[in-house]
Every structure is written in structure tokens, then in C-alpha cells.
Design a protein around this ligand. Sequence first.
Ligand SMILES: [Zn+2]
Ligand SMILES: [Zn+2]
Length: 907
Amino acid sequence: MTNDADTLPTETTADSTPPMEGDEQMKHETAHALEGTYDPETIESTWQDAWVEAATYAYDGEAGQDPNTTYAIDTPPPTVSGSLHMGHLYGHTLQDFAARFQRMANGDVLFPFGYDDNGIASERLTEQDLDIRHQDYERQAFQELCREVCQEYEAEFTEKMQSLGTSIDWDHTYKTIEPRVQRISQLSFVDLYEQGREYRKKAPAIWCPECETAISQVETEDDERQSHFNDIAFELAGSNPPREDFVISTTRPELIPACVAVFVHPDDDDNRDLVGETARIPIFGHEVPIIEDERVDMEKGSGIVMCCTFGDQNDIEWYQAHGLPLRVAIDETATMTDLAGDYEGMHTETAREAIVEDLEETGHLRDRREIVHDVGVHERCDTPVEYRVSKQWYINVLDHKDAYLEAGEAMDWYPEKMFTRYRHWIEGLEWDWLISRQRDSGIPFPVWYCSECDTEVLAEKADLPVDPLSDEPPVDTCAACGHDEFEPEEDVFDTWATSSLTPLINAGWDWNEETQDFEMANPELYPFDLRPQGHDIISFWLFHTIVKCYEHTGEVPFDATLINGHVLDENREKMSKSRGNVVEPAAVLAEYPVDAVRFWAASAAVGDDFPFQEQDIVAGEKLLRKLWNASKLIDTLAPRDPPEPDELEPIDRWLLAELDDAIDTLTAHFEAYEFAKARNQLRTFFWNTFCDDYLEIAKTRDDSPSTQYALRTAHRTFLLLWAPIMPHVTEEIWQTVYGEGRPDAFESIHTKAWPAPRGYEADLEAGETAMEVISALRRYKSERQLPLNEPLESVAVHGPISGFETAIQDVTHVQDLEVLEEPPEITTEIASIDLEYATLGPKYGAKVGEIDAAIDAGEFEITDDGLAVAGETLADDLFEVEYERTYSGSGTMTETESAVVIVDDAA
Ligand SMILES: [Zn+2]
Ligand SMILES: [Zn+2]
């Protein structure tokens, strides 16, 4: 069946128009009736409230039950920034498709919700909201303000999430700052410390001067920036130099007061003679050694580079490898220090311009050219990062790269290609995971240090959570030196150090003081069945979760990961505030039903970035109406619970066999997270096969117990199959038509069992062909303005319709149906010749008119060489032939996809 679902006859098909034969509309009326047009505005919010009220989606599993009957999703806790964007809506809707399907198909589902309200994001939110600076408060006081601000946003977020109609279990929520989570996070720290997988080290670390904290590698990203390459002349300090000076190229001349060495590659014939000499730094005058090192890129600039503490990773490696001194010219706020002399107190960018100007004046600036290059910036604030020596806590990750790669390989990836991103991230790892942040809002380190010998003292597991700023250490004296005073660690954890524990938070991981072991309150949940998330946080959330869970449990935390793409605007451009093309979910939901928006969300293959498309939402809206109207029509055609007849008629058995087939395919699609395929297949089957074809036929057969039974079975099945994608409309129809009572006491459609094939056997091809024939005959009548029950005397069909002959006759009122063994005589004639004038014109010039005329007059011939016309032979690429198939026998012929139908109307 290839009917265009949006053509007019389709629109009216499942409408509430009464059946053609006899007014049966009132026949099956019962107490609850679907009335009027579908009103999503009222109905959707009614059910959202009812589901929350009745805890419809509560996880009912028992602690320790069979993990195979449990489906657990480790949902991403959104940062409580106050706004719900299209990405949230899309991501959570995809997770919800999986949750709803699994709940119906496979048993207990845990679909929890988390709020990420610790770390820099919530701190900045609080600062902005209250117009304050965290530096002006004590940690405790500032954290309380953060809690107050976040609470408001959390409530708002809950409301917005509930308005999406997702099947979240609102009894299973967590906040990444709540005491229970603080305890788990600190337990994780203590466990890894005891395993020897954490260390504290004073070393160069990546630093954000805007946020004034150390950050980890994953928090930096490359950003294209306008800059200048400056060629600066350095002098040789010795009195016996073969050369007076040399040139280095740099984009950061403000770093020259921090220069500690100059490097040359050992194979650099032009410059090798400089090695061992001493260079004098222009303006600042301090002298540094010239050293050889293989890490120098000879192709860049003059091949001679300066090493400053610190401009980049290379500087750090050289500093460590050659034991160079530390010169700190830039402080934690990107302000020049006293080492910068006259430039002290300037911001780095101001100092850069000032130093260049002065270099020009002293004649040391040899060249300056504009470039665009990648600069490492902090992903949260877009500030170029610096490298600072500071004392920080790290988790060892570099020594377990292989294990984390294997853990990634052990998971199923949807789509598979996303594994590559994970692999690339691990292969490119250069730093251990820096987890200490010099911020206020966050979970404190449960650590004190001996004020005498700096020995680390960790909190007892039983005492967690603790805040060393207000709590006492668990010992009175230092075990190493006997001293009795301790300094608290003031830093807090990186927010990812906590959000990487979500599977353990959801499974209730904790330390049991009695057994002296870790245990889980709900071990059946772990490992989780699914980790859904965006592709942009594979290196953040997924990687770090695998690190933490693997180190704590020795297991891969997920069976599968579902990576969703990003929502783009209608022109496939990235949505951004600066472009002004951001589509707000609130605006979309004000205009369209949630179910229709969900229909759109199921339109793309998982993993692909895909555009926001209003037309797809409109198509979803039409489908809601179609489902509603079809349901109303069915209510007029069949009693709600008809008995199954002993024998089904062929056409009804065929429909139920098709339905079995659809259930199989759809189940496979949902299991493989192929929501777009499931949606499209179900829509075609429901709209074209069921509404356009079968329902039209059923209208004429509503007194048949076989049809009544098939109609009701199909209707129930369709509602169940649509339930994961369109939860509101299906619940409303189900409760009205099949429900016991509502909304106070209802057994939700969403907790019903997913349909299973019933084992109906039928020749699907013959049934489909019969449908085509019926459609063709209906079209025949409507084109001639004949009533659909007008008898047709004689019809001949060539095509596989065996077993459906009587059905065709009954439905289309054909008195005599002949099945032709051989195809009827059809001649294929040339209908027209289309010339390619664009290429024909230049080649044949004035002759084109003559060619045209000859074709019009039918004076041409198609040969193996091409089109012979007007004394020329046109090559194949110059013309196209349109053929027409005509029937020369008596009667009117129609061809369908797999049949030929001839109505004998010659008389
Ligand atoms: Zn920053
Ligand atoms: Zn000590």
C-alpha cells in the first residue's frame, strides 16, 4: 500500500463519519465514550498529575532480586542552571522511550532523576542570582546560599521535567550535594586513597584564572582565537659568540619575564652551535641557558624556542626533565607579578601589547604577523587557561588506560561509532585526573594535614560525610611525628568526581561498618542496563564513571550506552544564544502537544545531530487526531470486548497476522534503541494498512463477529504499541475505552504487558495484494462518483490474491470475480520524448526546431544508437522517453503494486 497518508481521502477516512451502510453509530455506546475532538491541553496535564500522584512509574523491584528482570537506567543529572533546553527535552525523551518499552516488555524499571547542584556551575549561578562574590563569604555560609538558590531551580526543573510526561520515578531522586551523596563521594575518595590510587602533588597544573582554580584536562577545549606571531631577537650573553643574536617566535611575549631556557633540536644544523651558550632576555635582562632537546619542532619559526614557566605542556616537560628553575610572572588571576618589573599589576593581555611596543622601541621586535590559532580555554568560561605550580590531588588514570579501554569495549554502544570517541579520548590522555578545586561550593575533601610534617590524615569511613573546616580529625596526634595540630584541606572535589558515581548512588553503595566491606542496597541494579547521555560528555561523564566504578567494584558499570546527538535549528545550524536561533522547549510545548513533540524526537537515528522540525511535530499532531478518530470509529463498529469466534475470516486473520509481524519488528527495533525505525514502521502500518484499508473495509462488515474481534484486538494492540512514544493520548483512550474507572483508580496502560504475537497464520502477500485491489476498486467508484456499495458486475484480477477472493467481492460488491492466470494484454507505448535542450541547443543549433517538429509529428525511431529523428541520431543523454502502459481489451484497467485489476464496464 503506497497511499500518501496526507491526501484528502485519508484525512476523512478515520473521521467520525458514520459507516456507509446503515447508521450503527449508537449501537455500541457505553458509559465512557470518547467525545468530541482530542484536547491535549487538558488531557496531557491531567495524566501527568495522575501518574505522579499514583506513583505509576515507581521502581517495584525488591532488593537483591534477579537482575535479569530489572532494567536500570543511569540518567544524567542535569546541571541546575535554571533552564531546560531542547537537548534536555530530546535526551530525556529518548531515555523515556527505552524506559517505557522496557517497563512493558521486561519487568521492573528504575528510571531515576538527579540534580547536579554542586561545583562551579551552581556557584556561578548563586553569584549571578544574588549578585555576590564567593570570596566575600565563609565556605559554610556561601554553601548555604548555594543550597537556597539551587532549591528554587530544582523545584522549577522538576515541574518542567514532569511537563514532558517522562516516566521518571520521582521517589528515586538525588542531589549531588545532599549528605547521602557527600558520604558516597567521600567514601570513594577514601577507598581510592586506601587502594593507593590517589596522590597529592605540588606540580604544574592546568589553571583557570577566571574561576581561580585548577582544572582537569577534560575541562579544557580548543578555541580558535585571533593572535599575533612575534619574532623577538634574543642576544647571546657570551663575549665570543659566532653570532650576535637569534630570533624566537612566540604568540605570548608577556611570558618572556618567565623564560628559563632556550631550546634547540640536536639535529638542527643551523642552530646547533648555540647549544651551551647563554641567552640574554630582552627588556628584562636575565640570562638563561641554551639547551638541546628532541622535543623541539624544527619546522616552526626559526627552530629555536624559549621555555617559560609555563606557556604550554612542552614547557612543563622541559621544566621537569631539565630541572629548570621556576619563574612565576603571572599570578592566579592572570595578573603580572613583580617578576614582570614595570608590567607588574597588568593583566596578561595588556602586558602583551605593552611588551611588544617596548620591544619594537628597543629594536628587538623583528616581525609581527596576524594569525588565527587554537588556544586552550576553560570550557565553562572560555577563558584561556594558564599552567600554575600548585599542590593538588590526583587520581591515577594513566596507568590503567588499557583497562578503561577494555571496559569501554565490553559495553554495547548505540550507535557503535561513538566508541571511537571514547577510544580517542583515552589514547590522548596526558594527565592523571586532577580532582581538587579551589572553590567553595562542592564536597569537601575528608582530609587534614599535620601542621608539623604535612602527614595526611583521612576521616574514618563511619564518620562520613565530614567537613574538615568544621569537624575535628579522627586522631589527637600525628602518627608520624606526634604533633597535635592539624590543618584542614580547604579544597573541594571536582564536580565530576561526584557525578561519576551515579550508578553507585542509584544502587545505594555504602560502607558497612560491621562487615567492614562495601555493599549495595539494591545489588540487582548494578551493573546498570543503560547509560544514556550526549556525545559531548563521553570524555567527562562516561569516562570518569567507568574509572570510578571499575576501581570500586572491578566491574564495567553498564551493559550498554546510548549516545544521543544534538538538536540543531531548522537549517541544521548549531543553536546558540549569539546566533539567536535557540528554540525554547517552553515555546514549543505551549503550541503543541507533548506527544507530538515526542513523535518528532523519535525521528532521527540515535547518535546523529538532527534538526528541530516543526513539520514533524505537525505530523505528530495529525497522528494524535487520527488515533483519536479511529478509536471513536471503532467504538461505533464493535463492542468493546467481543468474544473470539471459532473461525476468523481470511481478511481478519490476515490483519492479525500482519499485526503479529509488526509486533516482532517493533520489539526488535525498541530493543536495539532504533526508535526512528519503530516510529516510522508503526505509523505506516497504522495509518495506511489499518486506517486507510482495513478500517474502510470493516465499516462494511461491522456485523461480522470475526471483524469485530479483529478490530478490537488490533485497537488494543495499537494503543500498547504507541504507548512508549505517545503516552498521553494512549492512556486517555485506553482508560476511557478499556479502563475500570478514572482517574482516581486506574491501571495505567504503561504498566501493561507489551503485546506478544498471537500466532495467526496468513498469506501476508496475498492479503496485501487483496488490499491493493480493494483500494483500486474503491478509487474506481469514487472517481466515477458511484456510491461505495454500488455493485460491480464483473471484475478480473491478475495477481496473488488466493484465499481473499470472497473478501474482495464482499467488500467491493463485485458479483463476478475472475482471477486471471496470465497477465492481460498490455501494450507499452511511447507517451512523450523529453529533450535535454541545455546540451541539445549548443550542439544542433537551428536544427532543434526541426527535431521538435518531427517528434511532434511522430516521425522518429528509437534505435540501439539513440533517437533517429530529422536525419540525425541523438545520443542517449540528449533525450528521455516516457512510456505509457495501455490495455487494449475491453473494460477499464488499473495497475497496483502487485496486481492488475480490470473492471468490465464496456457495456
Ligand atoms: Zn573558568
Ligand atoms: Zn606530623
